[in-house]
Design a protein around this ligand. Sequence first.
Ligand code: 5GP
Length: 124
Amino acid sequence: MAYAYDDQNIFAKILRGEIPNKTVLETDHSLAFFDIYPQAPVHVLVIPKGAYVCFDHFAQEASDAEIIDYTRAVGEVCKMQGVKDGGWRLISNAGEAAIQEVPHLHVHILAGRPLGPMLSKGPT
Ligand code: 5GP
């Protein structure tokens, strides 16, 4: 089934400049900004400018230029935020099971405190 993109989602509005954001980095194909409800001292979201719902959508349909730009943007934000020394986590929630709140691809870059286990314990 094709991915259905809702252009009224909050990150689409941020990209159109309809909602403000605290930008960390902007590139040709990507935008990084601070999460409005930070869960760690460093909590940055990185989104592609293209209309992709989630990571698998992006990985399947984005151009090589978009994928390279996005990957490099994540690396640049990590460098800018100095996450390397203490350790950090990259998360991308997709769909219902992962409780994806905003249906525009984003990765969370989290750092600056012990981040705990990858998942809360539950049935496998
Ligand atoms: P998800 O659960 O979809 O992986 O994460 C969505 C994230 O977007 C949450 O961490 C939430 O705090 C953040 N968020 C939601 N609305 C806004 C907003 O208007 N501005 C910013 N900067 N972050 C937002």
